[in-house]
Design a protein around this ligand. Structure first.
Ligand code: ATP
Ligand code: MG
Length: 315
């Protein structure tokens, strides 16, 4: 049984559908990368998984976590389950840390609340976890406030906080986007180590294929709230089958690009008002699109045992 199995997940707001028919599985200890441009539905998907969609949004389909259907659980039960079993790290750790409380108090609170530990034991365990995420001088850090730490260190504190309850699944939504590249690399390295040491499954969300290539086993490409392509990372990057994945790859800046050449960009912009039903969502921006692409939504189909794509033109 997969740790997490999502089927036909749709997220609707009164005026439009922002996620349309998502499905994927994540096994214990594995890492799935969710990529796509801004607005493709990555964060909405993450919020639906942890039951934190804003009011007005409605999620339908199936989200099965550790054998339980999350979308059918009453809200309170879901909150209790998810607080302990699914950790979530956001792009900006400052929005998740309380600026008025010392790091130690914030970490210890999690253990006192969920595990019923006393304060001294909770602080000791918090210190161990800060050490596990490679924060130097952990005892001293416990007494500091969030603003006394660098951005990369705050992100490590958030990761430590999420791991205190030893959840089997961590969802990371652009955890390194706000960091400079060397700090980004060290956080990715840390996540990879934690996966190994804690047997953690990771759902990694990024608009950056390089980040996903670094850390994920498998890749799922979204566009306009729909799945475009899925497969093992190395195989997809070596030979992308969907024109959108090819565009994303070609649009990555590379160190060896000649400086006088303009960067390739996918023409057009992502759909602001959602994708049209009964057509391929990417058709308006796709160089391979023909009449069929604007009349008929491509079915999600398997090309090889581990590779799936939604494109009329994928061979
Ligand atoms: N509260 C809301 N009401 C209506 N639409 C929303 C709401 N929140 C998000 N959306 C829409 O849902 C779509 C998906 O948004 P989402 O935040 O999931 O994108 P994303 O892939 O995470 O993008 P980014 O890379 O910019 O973080 C967007 O078009 C967005 O405008
Ligand atoms: Mg987002």
């Amino acid at each position: 049984m997969a740790l997490l199995a999502v089927e036909q997940l749709c997220i609707d707001y009164p005026a439009r559908r922002v996620v349309d028919g998502l499905g994927f599985r994540l096994e214990a200890g594995r890492c799935l990368g969710l990529v796509g441009e801004s607005g493709s539905g990555k964060s909405q998907t993450a919020l639906a998984l942890i039951g934190l969609l804003p009011t007005g949004a409605r999620a339908s389909g199936s989200v099965c976590f550790e054998g339980r259907e999350l979308l059918a659980l009453p809200e309170r039960e879901r909150a209790r389950l998810l607080g302990a079993r699914i950790g979530m790290v956001f792009q900006d750790p400052m929005t998740s840390l309380n600026p008025y409380l010392r790091i130690g108090a914030q970490l210890a609170e999690v253990l006192m609340h969920h595990r019923g530990l006393g304060q001294a034991a909770a602080l000791a365990e918090s210190q161990r976890m800060l050490e596990a995420v490679r924060i130097g001088g952990a005892a001293r850090r416990l007494r500091q406030y969030p603003h006394e730490l660098s951005g990369g260190m705050r992100q490590r504190v958030m990761i430590a906080m999420m791991l205190l309850l030893k959840p089997p699944l961590l969802i990371a939504d652009e955890p390194t986007t706000a960091l400079d590249v060397t700090v980004q690399a060290s956080i990715l390295h840390l996540l990879a180590e934690l996966r190994r040491d804690f047997g953690l499954a990771l759902l990694m969300i990024s608009h950056d294929l390089g980040v996903i290539a670094d850390i994920a086993d498998e890749l799922l490409v979204l566009y306009g709230g729909r799945m475009m392509e899925r497969g093992p990372v190395a195989a997809v990057l070596a030979a992308p089958r969907h024109p959108y994945t090819r565009g994303l790859l070609a649009a990555r800046p590379r160190m060896d690009d000649p400086l006088d050449q303009p960067l390739f960009a996918i023409p057009g912009t992502p759909p602001a008002g959602g994708v049209a039903p009964g057509a391929c969502g990417f058709a308006p921006r796709c160089a391979s699109a023909d009449g069929r692409c604007t009349r008929e939504q491509p079915a999600w189909r398997r090309l090889e045992p581990e590779r799936e794509v939604a494109c009329h033109h994928a061979a």
